[in-house]
Ligand binder design. Structure first.
Ligand code: FAD
Length: 444
């Protein structure tokens, strides 16, 4: 079968852009990866630099891409975190490397560099080159305007665009009645690097995700008091955290006041110095012009067929990495194989009408189950169903049993033993052995 070779622009050289580039080239496409930073790795490029607006809302603030904090270790075991075709195995004996099952962020960046080197991806990346405009031109092609660090603007036309720009840079913050009159300092976790700015302060931390858990413990080590406000606990909750004498768990904040007080739904009042919003991020595609056909509405990117293809533009426009609460690298890899195979005509998409109907049916299901719009891309409850569907479309093996079991064990441990889950993994050694057996099959 004669495969079509297309000229494809990939936006971003984080984990999703790298695997997209690799899979597209493997399928015979020519690829240019645009990266506004000076190195690959996206989120995994740690920098001590923070933005000029600590809460990350000012439209003219300097943008720092990565939200990585100094002490971060992965929240998944490396076997589950890596790509299937290039397993994330420890480089034993190399003192520069971090062999732990849940390694630090630097090790992930080194793994991504190994990946880019192995598959010759550097040669197609244009560094310090920001995509500032993507729009449709005649013939179903896309105009891509990019700007170099020196300010030179280049306009080119591509057969297809794959958007891999990451979704952990544009902060979402909690709406708190009275916050405008409150005099304290507000920070978003995007601008958290280490606990020092919180020393001797009374801190309210909003959120209960992995980063919130890590940060609350770390900050409690230096702060006067830390009060966690969580949407996922009952309204009357107020409890001291076992093992700490300055860490409390509350229900959500009810209001903030000019005198510096913050009132929780549990009725308690705290005079706080800082509110740290660990409240997640928004999808943001400032460069994309689709005449309102593809939109971001309350954090729903749509319409997207299977979270990847906007039906009106499929297959020439696609997105890698939209779903969340999932082992991301493996999903990026499958989505990229699917996009590459569709673009070469080795695989086919259903009609535009069918895809639109599918999206509508999906939205109806979400509505029927009272799922808020902003959770459209939370695929936690069906991630392996989703991935197995994409894998089957691509003719790839479905998720291995060890992969699923290790993922769910990590998630459970994260909740039941948040302080120790990264280092107490012994009971799952049999899954690690199965993973390494499979790695021999998949690795090239
Ligand atoms: P990114 O890594 O964000 O890369 C996007 C790239 O696009 C960046 O390099 C950026 O510079 C570039 N870019 C953006 N806009 C443009 C433009 N207009 N023009 C050119 N280039 C552009 N995942 C895990 O699996 N395990 C973990 O333990 C884990 N921990 C995390 C901890 C934190 C604090 C955060 C924020 C995320 C974590 N994640 C984790 C999720 C992580 O984001 C993903 O693992 C993954 O790295 C995302 O890759 P990406 O390529 O989609 O985006």
């Amino acid at each position: 079968m004669q495969l079509l070779s297309r000229h494809v622009a990939v936006i971003g050289a984080g984990a999703s852009g790298l695997v997209a580039a690799r899979e597209l080239r493997r399928e015979g496409h020519t690829v240019v990866v645009f990266e506004r930073g000076d190195q690959i790795g996206g989120t995994w490029v740690y920098t001590p630099e923070v933005e000029s607006d600590p809460i990350g809302l000012h439209p003219n603030r300097n943008i720092v891409h990565s939200s990585m904090y100094q002490s971060l270790r992965t929240n998944l075991p490396r076997e589950v975190m890596g790509f299937r075709d290039y397993p994330f195995v420890a480089k034993e004996g190399d003192e520069e490397r971090d062999p732990r099952r849940f390694p630090g962020h630097r090790e992930v960046l080194q793994y991504l560099n190994d990946y880019a080197t192995e598959f010759g991806i550097y040669e197609v990346v244009r560094f310090e080159c920001e995509v500032v405009f993507v729009g449709l031109v005649e013939g179903g092609k896309w105009k891509v305007k990019s700007k170099s660090k020196r300010g030179e603007v280049l306009e080119e036309v591509y057969d297809a665009v794959v958007v891999c720009n990451g979704h952990h840079t544009e902060p979402r913050v909690a709406q708190i009645p009275g916050i405008n009159a409150w005099k304290g300092k507000q920070i978003h976790s995007h601008n958290y690097r280490n606990p020092e700015p919180f020393r001797d302060q009374v801190v309210i931390l909003i959120g209960s995700g992995t980063s919130a858990v890590d940060m609350s413990r770390e900050i409690a080590g230096v702060a006067k008091e830390v009060h966690i406000a969580s949407r996922s606990v009952a309204d009357e909750t107020i409890e001291k955290h076992p093992g700490y004498d300055n860490l409390w768990l509350h229900s959500m904040i009810k209001s903030a006041h000019e005198d510096g007080s913050v009132v929780f739904q549990d009725g308690s009042v705290v005079h706080a110095d800082i509110i740290l919003h660990c409240t997640g991020y928004k999808y943001h595609f400032p460069f994309l012009e689709t005449n309102g056909i593809v939109t971001v509405d309350d954090n729903r990117v749509g319409p997207l067929y299977k979270h990847v293809f906007p039906p009106a533009f499929a297959p020439s426009l696609s997105f890698v990495g939209i779903p969340w609460k999932v082992a991301l690298f493996f999903m990026f890899e499958l989505q990229s194989k699917w996009i590459a195979g569709i673009l070469s005509d080795r695989m086919a998409l259903p009609s535009q009408e069918y895809m639109m109907e599918d999206v509508k049916a999906f939205y109806s299901l979400l509505e029927a189950s009272d799922t808020p719009k902003r959770y459209t891309h939370n695929i936690a409850d069906y991630q392996y169903g989703y991935e197995d569907w994409v894998a089957t479309e691509c003719g790839c093996p479905v998720s291995e049993e060890w992969r699923k079991q290790m993922y769910f064990a990590a998630i459970e441990n994260m909740v039941t033993k948040p302080e120790t889950f990264r280092d107490e993994w012994g009971e799952y050694d049999h899954l690690v052995l199965q993973a390494h057996e499979d790695f021999k099959k998949y690795a090239l």
